[in-house]
Design a protein around this ligand. Sequence first.
Ligand SMILES: Cc1ncc(COP(=O)(O)O)c(C=O)c1O
Length: 400
Amino acid sequence: MYTLKTGKFPLLEANPNLVYLDNASTTQKPDSVIRAITEYYQTSNANVHRSVYRLAEASTRAFEDARSRVARFIGAFSSKEIVFTRGTTEALNLIAHSMVRTFLDPGDVIIVTQMDHHSNIVPFWLAAQERGYHLRFWPINPNGELDLEDLESLWSDRVKIVALPHVSNVLGTVNPVSSIASFVHDRGAFLVLDAAQSAGHGPFDVSQLGCDVAAFSGHKMYGPMGIGVLWAKEEILRALVPFQGGGEMIDTVTETSVTFNDPPYRFEAGTPNVEGAVGLAAAMDFLDSIDRKRIFAEEEELARYGVRILSSIPDLTLYGKAAERAPLFTFNLEGVHSHDLAQFLDSRYIAVRSGHHCAQPLLRRLGASTAVRASLGIYNTKKDIDRLALALEEARRYFR
Ligand SMILES: Cc1ncc(COP(=O)(O)O)c(C=O)c1O
């Protein structure tokens, strides 16, 4: 298993008994990321793209170097395809707002999935409500996977956008993005990928995945909060109308007209989160220093192990049976509210999330209103799954 020591993560080092299993919510930060942010403020802090003094140029360089780092990390064609956002949510709001206004006509159809996070449903729902588009839900099968036959039966020539998660934040299902992309492109629509749960978990290359747009958050991949990425093919970004207005995103402003800057700046109104971009680049260096193929292989092994161990616990319902899955496990213990169970686990120093996981349509489909989720990261091992299983057995006896 991982030879990585938690010493690289100061918070975990300071809490050696903690089993942190809430990585799908947010990950802990390696010291290299924390150092990169501190160093940026100690050596290069100034506003970007505005001034010619050397310090401001150093700051702009740090910000633009981070953009190039992101482009390399995700296999983008050019750094012009990288828009910095506050996170996945803002990226998806941006794309829903701008794509529908650029490419859709009233009566057109947007398809999202039953396994989507609210961040990939509500922005499209808002756009559909405001502008007379139809929103359809691609249902999951009993294993918690998406079948192309179901997409086929929803299809019409009015479908313009399909938006889906790469990895479900509840079921752990890894969706076959490239075959879905071929299906969608053959029929002339766009594919938007919510990569919040995948970008930091192994190789992630947009050119291989074949999507048109991808969104992810820095804080779920060992980087800071408040920074995220919208990637889209350059020709799409060039066509899109802006999202927010302000400084940086304009070319000229007169009392009677406004013209816009080129992408990516057209979509980055206002002072950006430079420390966040620098921290995100450091997180990408950190992930590459471990080797993303290895991370993927080890997480696959943890996923298999977790399913085997948790499935053997009586009275525990583990949701999702996808053949390809990430190491995140959502479950309920019969007769116990998920908040009570999460609190019990916390008393054993195991941090998990309890709630609806921002996926109410999915929870409803699963017949649950809330559930507990244990999600693993780079520092977790089989021993952590064993400790979780032991605590769940204890909880079973306690609540009975
Ligand atoms: C699949 C998925 N999409 C989107 C989001 C939203 O991410 P953020 O809150 O970082 O914007 C999450 C967060 O949990 C997620 O799991």
